[in-house]
Design a protein around this ligand. Sequence first.
Ligand SMILES: C[S@@+](CC[C@H](N)C(=O)[O-])C[C@H]1O[C@@H](n2cnc3c(N)ncnc32)[C@H](O)[C@@H]1O
Length: 430
Amino acid sequence: MKLQIEKAIYGGAGLAHQADGESIFVPFVLPGELVEVEIRPQKKNFEEASLLRVLKDSENRVQPTCIHFGECGGCHYQHAQYPAQVEMKVSILQEAMERAGLKTLPEIQSHAAPPWAYRNRMRLRLEEADSALRVGYNRRGTNEFLAIQECPITAPLLWRTAQNLLRVAAENSAVRRWLSNAAEVEFFTTADETKMQMTVLVRKDQPGLSSLCESMRQFVPELVGAGSVLLKLSGPQRQIQKPRPLESWGTKGLSYQVENEDYWVSRGSFFQINRFLIDELIRIVATNRQGLLAWDLYAGVGLFSRALTKGFHQVVAVEAAGTDLINSFKGAGRRAVESTTVEFLRKAVVQRERPQLIVMDPPRAGVGAEVCSLLARVLSPEIVYVSCDPMTLARDLKMLVDAGYTLEELHLVDLFPQTFHLETIVVLRR
Ligand SMILES: C[S@@+](CC[C@H](N)C(=O)[O-])C[C@H]1O[C@@H](n2cnc3c(N)ncnc32)[C@H](O)[C@@H]1O
């Protein structure tokens, strides 16, 4: 079947319509292209197709860089030249806002950096085949293992470490036996690639991490610490249910420098993954903002909280998993609170604490209805909402707009080049 691709939609596919008007989603295409597809069995309330051939290609189509593109579940846009990827994300964001009923939108400002080798974190699956260890990702759309030989979106140190893990396993049978009990491994590096942490997710509690690390240090001197955690697999999905820490080797985290500030990031703590754009995030969120009191909700290790201390007399940082924050965000004008945002806000509305600025950077699920209604009672003059999911963002923004806020600035920060994921920063005022 031949189809004309109309536009890019959230999730990585392109949208087309069949002759009967039915929507159809096609991966690895670009707006304006004429393609030949094969319809796949209907999955949800829309049709999905496999791309057979591009009959008339877009001027933005390029040769993908990575040999695994198309098979690997990680990237969706390597077939598009980079500026076109950003353009697609801008229109996806615009549409998500409009569909949520947000009528008056400021112009979307986009922010981008080098689109390759940007990830500071890499999580790989481990599998044994013919008594050799292999590393891989999920095959696209499945939980199947796909062995990989490169990953050009990650910092080179991370892939070099993966190769050396395989080398050590090949040369040392005790290490290989221990790693055969491991399901996944995660590497996390500083922006300058001088220090690295490793987490090995194992199926059984067996000692062996230290000898792996001692062997790896010969080839990866940047490795400063590692830990093993117990991975519990449940149901058909490979879900991690509260990984339990087991062995530890070296330091327990990394000191990650951004704009002359050192952030302590323990193994397993959240940290922004695009090493080239973290300073830009801070600039948009915190620069030129000042007042008496600011709240940083969903604060992580305090990335925005620290920057806000430059302009505010007091900064309150709220984080549900707050150990790193409590240890590091101390001193005059700084208060770290280990709490969920909703619990913090329930108390704050009663205590009548009123900040001039609220920054909030929730996980993909967004902040939700109760937080929005509590924010409508706090009535801060300015909210900066940082989001990694345009759909939950649009839903939350509609509630805040209905409560009297207006959207003043809309920034798309492309933290995840080559993928459909996008980061948005919205400035709201009332
Ligand atoms: C997207 S991260 C943002 C972290 C930080 N703003 C940064 O840029 O590094 C979201 C953070 O929210 C925390 N979190 C998740 N659910 C939460 C909740 N209900 N209340 C408060 N924090 C929560 C997570 O532990 C994580 O650190």
